[in-house]
Design a protein around this ligand. Sequence first.
Ligand code: PLP
Length: 480
Amino acid sequence: MDAAEFRRRGKEMVDYVADYLENIEKRLVYPDVEPGYLRSLIPTEAPLEPESYEDVIKDVERVIMPGITHWHSPYFFAYFSAASSYPAMLADMLCGALGCIGFSWAASPACTELETVMLDWLGKMLQLPECFIAGTHGSGGGVIQGTASEATLMSLLAARCKAIRRVQATNSNYSESDVLGKLVAYTSEQAHSSVERAALIGGVMMKQVPADNSYAVRVDMLKKMMEEDKAAGLIPFYFCATLGTTPSCAFDRIVELGPLCNEENIWMHIDAAYAGSAFICPEFRPLLNGVEFADSFNFNPHKWLLVNFDCSAMWVKKRTDIIGAFKMEPLYLKHENQESGLITDYRHWQIPLGRRFRSLKLWFVFRLYGLQGLQAHIRKQVALAKVFESLVRADKRFEICAEVIMGLVCFRLKGSNELNQNLLKRITDSREIHLVPCQLSGRFVLRFAICARTTESSHIQQAWRHITQLTFELLQEPSH
Ligand code: PLP
C-alpha cells in the first residue's frame, strides 16, 4: 500500500468506523458464537502471496463482527465503562503513524514531555495536592501506565523495595529474603483481583481487610490486623485502598486510613480505576480527600474520561521511590541529557521498556472537550444511573443492593440467588443488553453500569422494559 492508496483507504476506514458507531445499537450487543468459532472461518496458514484490501475488509464483517461484544453500544451495561471518543481515536491514529517508542527522553522528547505536562493538567483537574505535580522542579509527578493492574504492581514493587532497604538499614544481618518473608501487604476484601495478583507476582503476603456494611474499609479494621501481624513478627509495608470498588463502587475511608499508613511507614496506593474520573467534578472531589496521605494514586481515563484504551494515569509523591527501585542503565539506552535533572526517562517508571505516545489522546480529548465537556459527560452518566435506580426502586419485586454514588447500580430480584442467576441467564441469552453479576454479602447481585458515551434515558427505559419482561416470563414458570 502506497501513500496514495493509504489516503483512499484511510478515508474509507473513517467512514466505516463512523457508520459502525452510528448504527451500533442495531447490532445485538452480545455475540452469538461458540468458542472456537473463528478458526474455521479463516485459512490455517498466513497467505504466501499478498491479498487485496477489498478481501481483507470484507472479512471484517464476515469473521470479526460476529464475535464482537459491542462495548460501545448504548445497551452495554457490563463491567465498567470503556471510554471512547472521536478525538481520542484520531489521536491514536496519529500515535500509530508516529510510531515512536518513548522509553527515554531522547527516544522522542515530545512523547515524554507531553506526557509529563498532560499528567500535570489532569492532576490539576483532580485538584491533586501539589506534591503529585511534576512542574519543572517537583519531586512527584505522573506517568501513563497501560492499565490499573500495572500501576498497582508498580506501586507494590516500589514499596517492597523501599521496605527492604529500610529494614536492612537498621538490621544489617537481615538478608533480602529474610525481610521478604516477613513483609505483609493489605487490601480490601472488595479490592479488584489485580491487587491480589500484584502481591502474587511480587512474591509478598497479602491480607484482605474485611469491609464494613457499605463495603468500605475503615481504619479500625486495618489497624487491628496490622497490630496482630506486628505482634507476630511480621512487617506491614503496603496498603492498597480502593475508591470505587469493582463490585459495588464503594469508597474506602482514606481520610482515616491515610494517617495510619503514614504513622506506620506503610505505602498507601489508591486504586480509583473507574471512579477517579469523577473527581474532576467538584461535587465528587470530596471522595478523594485523604489523597494527600497516599504515596501513589491511579485511575483509568480509559474507563470514564473519553480516552480510548489504553491510558491509566498514575501519580507518585516521590518519583525517586519508583525510579530508584528499578533503575537499569545499559549503555545503549543512555543519552547525554539524562543527568540534567530536567527530564524524565519513563522507562524507569514502568515494567516494559517500550511505550506508546499515549498522551496525545489526553491532549486531544482535553482540548476538544474542555474540562466542562468532560464534567458534563460524568454528570450525565451519573444522572442516568439515578434514572435506572428509581425504576428499580419503583418495582417492589426488586431491591437496590448498594448506595448508588456514580454510574453503577447494583440490584437484584428479592429472592434466592438461583432466581437471580436465572434472570441474568435470560438477559445474557437474549443478547439485547449485557450485564455482569457480582457477589455482595454472599448474595448474587446484578450490576448495571452506565457505559457507552451515547447511552440516553431512552436506552435505560428500554433496558428496564426488557428486564421486567424477562422477569415476568421467569416468574410465570411453575417452579417460581
Ligand atoms: N481496579 C478496579 C477498582 C477496577 O474496577 C478494575 C477494572 O474494572 C481494575 C482495577 C483493573 O483495571 P485494568 O484493566 O486497567 O487493569
